[in-house]
Design a protein around this ligand. Structure first.
Ligand code: SDX
Length: 392
């Protein structure tokens, strides 16, 4: 019994690890980062505050936040030689393929911060990854559209810098719209960490062997790319585009319920949440704020709202406890801001990097840490003797 929560011994016996970063109660739809509810963090804090909280365990004072933000800002530039890695990709390569390759390449650039036994070097690697992901993500987008890379600036916020590096062009100054900057920052907060999801578990398993931290994050990016995981935000918007208008929803609901049809409602369901994903609640509210700020709308938002309403009243989804998750509405916002669907999961990876590195550091700094080694239930043949080829 600690504070609000009691621990079910049966549960911990199946847990893959112990962690103090994030707590999820899937039945109640609760998500806490170091004890703070995601709704309060999304409304009242900034992504830099949440990064500091996840890395250090406490919310920063103003002086600590200023110092941390300055540190991250001063790591946003990438080595000029890293730019040449992009030219090895086709211009139409999926940006997640580029992210896997370029972030993995960072493992060859830094030899002064990869002694993972040294907490100071682990901290520098964590700061470099958090700081450089927006720069690399923006470069991946620029490369895909054939525009020049835009360098980071030290006078902009984390989200503002990313928006300018992505959408700014040398020919004219890019104006960061405060409401869009705030929405971007909030979207980063909503994706920052999420307990032992597939990509975080990938980073932990890779890191447990003592592998290079930059290479471990590249492994996490690869896992996040899958449509069952972070790739669902891209798949969810593509699904809404395929559905089109609300009158087509019943056909797709029927397909989602048909066991013989591989179609699933993208952005719906979750391994842990058997209640509304608290991140989806904030995301839906943010759609309205961005639409108001940009004075735009999107008929797909109405389709999404109607789809949610129908699904939440359908016995199949009610019985299986399928609710919208973080990926259901995020694509609508990102599309309104101007990102192509292929960039949605890149943004997820950008934001989740702080969770990955915080979870990695928590594992590596545990003196009792051992290499991960999942076991299996063997279902193959029992032992038998080799049969020479001439007798087969
Ligand atoms: C993320 O783990 C994390 O924390 C991940 C994440 C994070 O922040 O890191 O939250 C981010 O990955 C969110 C999930 C994004 N993925 C999608 O939205 C893709 C669509 N969702 C499904 O693929 C699915 O819901 C999963 C993969 C998310 C979970 O699949 P599971 O493990 O099969 O879910 P389940 O066991 O709870 O399913 C219960 C039943 C199953 O049917 P039965 O086998 O019992 O007959 O519900 C069905 C599933 O087939 N089902 C769905 C469905 N999701 C589950 N049926 C239709 N549409 C869906 N979306």
């Amino acid at each position: 019994q600690t504070g609000l929560f009691t621990y079910d011994p049966g549960f911990t016996s199946t847990a893959s690890c112990e962690s103090a970063l994030t707590y999820i109660d899937g039945d109640e739809g609760v998500l806490l980062h170091r004890g703070y509810p995601i709704g309060q963090l999304a409304e009242g804090s900034s992504f830099m505050e949440v990064c500091y909280l996840l890395l250090n365990g406490e919310l920063p004072s103003q002086a600590e936040l200023t110092d941390f933000t300055r540190t991250i800002t001063r790591h946003t530039m990438v080595h000029e030689q890293l730019s040449s890695f992009f030219s090895g990709f086709r211009r139409d390569a999926h940006p997640m393929a580029v992210m896997c390759g370029v972030v993995g390449a960072l493992s060859a650039f830094y030899h002064d911060s990869t002694d993972i036994s040294d907490p100071d070097q682990r901290r520098i690697s964590a700061h470099r990854l958090i700081a450089k992901m927006p720069t690399i993500a923006a470069m991946a987008y620029k490369y895909s559209v054939g525009q020049p890379f835009v360098y980071p600036r030290n006078d902009l916020s984390y989200a503002g810098n990313f928006l300018r590096m992505t959408f700014g062009v040398p020919a004219e100054e890019y104006e960061v719209i405060p409401a869009v900057e705030k929405a971007m920052d909030r979207i980063f907060i909503l994706h920052a960490d999420h307990e032992q999801n597939a990509s975080t578990s990938t980073v932990r398993l890779a890191g447990s062997s003592g592998a290079n931290p930059f290479a471990c994050i590249a492994a996490g990016i690869a896992c996040l790319w899958g449509p069952a995981h972070g790739g669902a935000n891209e798949a969810a918007l593509n699904m809404l585009k395929e559905i089109g208008t609300p009158d087509k929803i019943p056909h797709y609901i029927a397909r989602a319920k048909d066991k013989n049809d591989p179609f699933r409602l993208m952005g719906f369901g979750h391994r842990v949440y058997k209640n509304y994903d608290p991140r989806a609640t904030v995301m839906q509210k943010t759609v309205r704020e961005v639409f108001d700020a940009l004075k735009v709308t999107d008929p797909l938002f109405e389709t999404a709202l109607r789809l949610e309403e129908i699904a939440l009243n359908d016995p199949y989804f009610v019985e299986k406890k399928l609710f919208p998750n973080v990926d259901f509405y995020s694509g609508i916002i990102l599309s309104a801001i101007g990102f192509p669907t292929t960039m949605f999961t890149v943004l997820f990876a950008l934001a989740r990097t702080v969770g990955w590195v915080a979870q990695w550091n928590e594992m590596i700094s545990d003196p009792g840490q051992k290499i991960g080694r999942p076991r299996q239930l063997y279902t193959g043949p029992t032992q038998r003797d080799y049969v020479p080829l001439s007798q087969r």
